[in-house]
Design a protein around this ligand. Structure first.
Ligand SMILES: C[S@@+](CC[C@H](N)C(=O)[O-])C[C@H]1O[C@@H](n2cnc3c(N)ncnc32)[C@H](O)[C@@H]1O
Length: 341
């Protein structure tokens, strides 16, 4: 497991006895690691929207929820590892303050290079005076009970709410990939998709559904589409955005870590695979694994369409996993491929 300084720092005030133990705490944005494991007996509820860490937390024996915890549930301690996206982070901090109620405490942590200062300002704006501890190039910030600006909490709670985007054609939500626009790499692939595809299809890493929508719009021969996505918050939006194709197309949405493999056999698979996980470091291993999983899930003669940053080294993996590989487009720093089995 890779180092996670923000997780380590989050637990320091408890390990050092500065704050009372996080017994029965809620942990928003929970991630697994040794610092959390030390509190395994504390009866925490871990909220995690992204499937890989959620699965790791389950394996480590924690209670995990993917849906957002909301009042009337309250917790004496609410731990938070906020996401990078500012609106989503503010909404999560506001929800944490509500979940802590008038007598509880929010304890949040972020790395200095991932918005720690804004997090401190945001938490102070919601709940007044805050305690601060700096360690491991991170800041841990905690609220004192009372003193909450309820009007601001109300305002920030809806900052990352689902909303119509792109002239009202689809719904999306802050925190998703390219949440308020069409990604140019996905647009490049979409513009090169053929119109004669048929049978069962899948989108690996479907986001709010852009590629899936373009695939189905162009290909009336497709009769079923399974949309796989690791971010739980995307699933209701995917269902909503794809329902226009029912009943012609049987749609499913699946909260899944594609790198762990998928069930099902497909005639068509599309993907703009993820290129990093929760940090911003390039992770070409994710895309390589998506290619292998797609190849393993193909019916004979099946066609795989993917797009990636042109500097990412996917061609060897594609050539090893598929019989024919061709470049459909090479533009704007991206390459789109078709691979046949
Ligand atoms: C580059 S985005 C493409 C999104 C969408 N298909 C589009 O074209 O706009 C990659 C998507 O993969 C999702 N993702 C990341 N890791 C994943 C994993 N291990 N399993 C499944 N999906 C994953 C991300 O949440 C993101 O929505």
């Amino acid at each position: 497991m890779h180092a996670d300084p923000a997780l380590d720092a989050l637990f320091l005030p408890f390990d050092d006895g500065l704050l009372p133990p996080p017994q029965g705490a809620a942990f928003l944005g929970a991630r697994p690691g040794p610092a959390l494991q030390r509190w395994a007996g504390a009866g925490m509820t871990c909220e995690q929207d992204y499937r890989p860490p959620a699965a790791a937390l389950e394996r480590a024996g924690f209670d995990v929820v993917a849906d957002e915890l909301t009042p009337p549930a309250t917790f004496a301690t609410v731990l938070v590892l906020p996401p990078r996206q500012r609106e989503q982070a503010r909404a999560m901090l506001a929800r944490a303050v509500r979940l802590a109620g008038p007598n509880g405490r929010v304890v949040a942590c972020a790395a200095n290079n991932a918005g720690a200062r804004s997090m401190q300002d945001d938490l102070a704006a919601l709940a007044g005076d805050v305690g601060v501890l700096s360690k491991h190039k991170c800041r841990v910030v905690w609220t004192q009970p009372g003193n909450v600006d309820e009007a601001r909490v109300d305002e920030w709670l809806s900052l990352d709410a689902p909303r119509a985007i792109l002239d009202g054609d689809v719904v999306s939500r802050p925190g998703l990939f390219a949440w308020d626009r069409v990604d140019i790499a996905s647009a490049l692939l979409a513009s090169h998709l053929p119109r004669d595809l048929a049978g069962r299809a899948a989108d690996l890493g479907a986001g709010w559904g852009y590629l899936a929508i373009e695939l189905l719009r162009r290909n009336p021969g497709i009769t079923a589409l399974d949309a796989f996505e690791a971010q739980h918050r995307a699933l209701p939006l995917l269902s909503r955005n794809l329902e226009r194709f029912a009943p012609r197309v049987a749609i499913t949405t699946q909260w899944a870590d594609v790198t762990a493999g998928i069930d099902g056999r497909y005639d068509v698979i599309v993907s703009n695979p993820p290129f990093h996980a929760d940090d911003r470091v390039d992770r070409p291993d994710l895309g390589r694994r998506f290619i292998e999983v797609a190849a393993a899930a193909m019916n004979p003669g099946g066609r795989f369409f993917m797009v990636a940053n042109r500097h990412l080294p996917y061609e060897t993996t594609l050539a090893a996993a598929f019989r024919d590989v061709r470049v459909l487009a090479d533009a704007k720093g991206f390459k789109a491929f078709e691979a046949r089995r």
